[in-house]
Design a protein around this ligand. Structure first.
Ligand code: CA
Length: 496
């Protein structure tokens, strides 16, 4: 049984033109052709930036582009009707729609309250400074544009554990509410306690908040009928709540496919988190992404035999969502660690053409992207991301031929390879990767393929390789490149 193949169907800099949901519907057939089985869609509810927000600054979870709030009815991606149609189009093509669930925080409150807050040492949040004092903060969410439809719950300061300053978003305060002393206990101990990320930080110890979010989850699933969930920023809130929420969602839809973003390059921390959530969902393999980033920066100084070292894929393959890049790592973004362009096809071969992990392909990898923004240097930058060479063909090879025995040849620091052979279906392919010069790898596909011709599915090599009597061949690769050698008749079939 082949693992899922995910696409992240958005990036940080999509234009604010309200067309993404329509594009999902238009592209569903093509995604199915590529062998995509799961489409991760961006947060669908109204953010505080209205039609200009990517979606992670949640304002109203019930507003899927239905109410005139924050300056528009539609979100950046379209309106509620278009969203529901996009989901149906995916399902019509046997692609599971995945919702992005952002529960840690809210922003863009409607009214202020004057409440007891306390200053916080930002580098050690357990260190509350001075005495509590009265401060006016934007902590009431009344959703005047929705007028109580779906839920009449009003959020106030008792629903939050911390909040930013509406005059200076870089400042935040601890809120004295009745639901527990100090910050919520979260898994990440960065900055002493990493409960607070941004905006108004949701207080999950408040039973009314838990009840409201559980009610919302049921409503969202009944409304949108998604089949997968991607949880945002789980290192910043309680696993107790998350486990309960997941239990409720699975009660309604037992086959729910669940993944989460716990951003750290520290494998031990990821493994500890998996334990704490009782292995109830998969995690993005950020350490593997970091290996790709490092390898892409170091060129032939990097030892490719170590490419999986310290990754979740190696330690807990069943729980690894593998990826080369995402909306946070793309150029000019917050976690900016863009894998250098030459390495991207190598990275994709390493996640798409092997046995383990559920790979997630980033939207610009297939569709490209062009955008402008300020960089960390304060200057304006113009970024063009071309579709990544060979990923289209690799997806087709994965869809049609990625099964059977896998044998690794990780025996040289600059050239590694592997073969996948299925004698029953008489299919085989051989992958070779180089981060140095032109090279080749001697590998065995089996004597059943003796005298058969192999060609590069990516067409970066024009040669035809003949398998010898013993089932071996030298499979070549260009410098800093990847070649995917398939039986000649397989390449002809790839497009059919
Ligand atoms: Ca939090």
């Amino acid at each position: 049984m082949l693992n899922n193949t995910l696409i992240q169907f958005f990036h940080w800099y999509l234009p604010n033109d309200g067309t993404l949901w329509n594009k999902v519907a238009e592209q569903a057939d093509y995604l199915s052709h590529l062998g995509i089985t799961m489409a991760w869609l961006p947060p669908a509810y109204k953010p505080c930036e209205g039609g200009a927000g990517v979606g992670y600054g949640v304002y109203d979870l019930y507003d899927l582009g239905e109410f005139d709030q924050k300056g528009s009815v539609a979100t950046k991606y379209g309106n509620r009707d278009q969203y529901l149609k996009a989901i149906q189009a995916l399902k019509d093509h046997h692609i599971k729609p995945m919702a992005d669930i952002v529960l840690n925080h809210k922003c863009g409150g409607d009214e202020t309250e004057t409440i007891k807050v306390q200053d916080v040492d930002p580098n050690n949040r357990n260190n509350l400074l001075g005495e509590p004092y009265d401060r006016e903060v934007m902590s009431r969410f009344t959703f005047p544009g929705r007028q109580g439809k779906y839920s009449d719950f009003i959020w106030d300061f008792t629903c939050f554990s911390g909040i930013d300053d509406f005059n200076d978003y870089s400042k935040f305060y601890y809120i004295h509410n009745e639901h527990g002393e100090g910050w919520e206990d979260v898994e990440s101990k960065e900055f002493g306690n990493f409960d607070y990320l941004l905006g108004a930080d949701v207080e999950f110890r408040n039973p009314h908040v838990k009840a409201e979010l559980n009610k919302w989850g049921k409503w969202y699933l009944e409304t949108a009928k998604f089949e997968g969930m991607r949880f945002d920023a789980v290192k910043h809130f309680s696993t107790t709540f998350l486990k309960e929420f997941i239990w409720i969602m699975k009660e309604q839809y037992p086959d729910m496919y669940i993944i989460a973003e716990y951003w750290t390059y520290n494998l031990e921390e990821l493994l500890h988190y998996l334990e704490s959530i009782e292995y109830s969902f998969k995690l993005f393999d950020a350490p593997l992404h970091n290996n790709f980033y490092t390898a892409s920066m170091q060129g032939n100084e990097y030892d490719l035999r170590q490419i999986f070292d310290g990754s979740l894929l190696q330690a807990q393959p069943h729980f690894a969502i593998t990826f080369v890049e995402n909306h946070d790592t793309q150029p000019l973004q917050s976690l900016e660690s863009p894998v250098d362009f030459w390495f991207k096809p190598l990275g994709y071969a390493l996640i798409l053409l092997r046995e383990q992990g559920d790979p997630c392909v980033f939207y610009p990898t297939i569709f490209g992207a062009e955008y402008e923004d300020k960089g960390k240097d304060g200057a304006d930058h113009h970024v063009i991301l071309a579709p990544v060479h060979g990923v289209y063909e690799m997806l087709l090879v994965r869809k049609k031929y990625n099964h059977g025995m896998l044998k690794d040849y990780f025996d040289h620091p600059n050239t590694i390879g592997w073969v996948r052979v299925n004698e029953e279906t008489h299919t085989a392919f051989a992958v070779v990767i180089s981060n140095g010069y032109n090279s080749y790898k001697a590998m065995e596909v089996g004597s059943v393929f003796a005298n058969h011709q192999f060609v590069d599915a990516l067409k970066s090599r024009e040669d035809e390789i003949t398998i010898d009597e013993n089932g071996w061949a030298n499979f070549p690769v260009n410098d800093q490149s990847v070649a995917v050698w398939v039986l000649k008749e397989m390449r002809d079939e790839l497009e059919n």
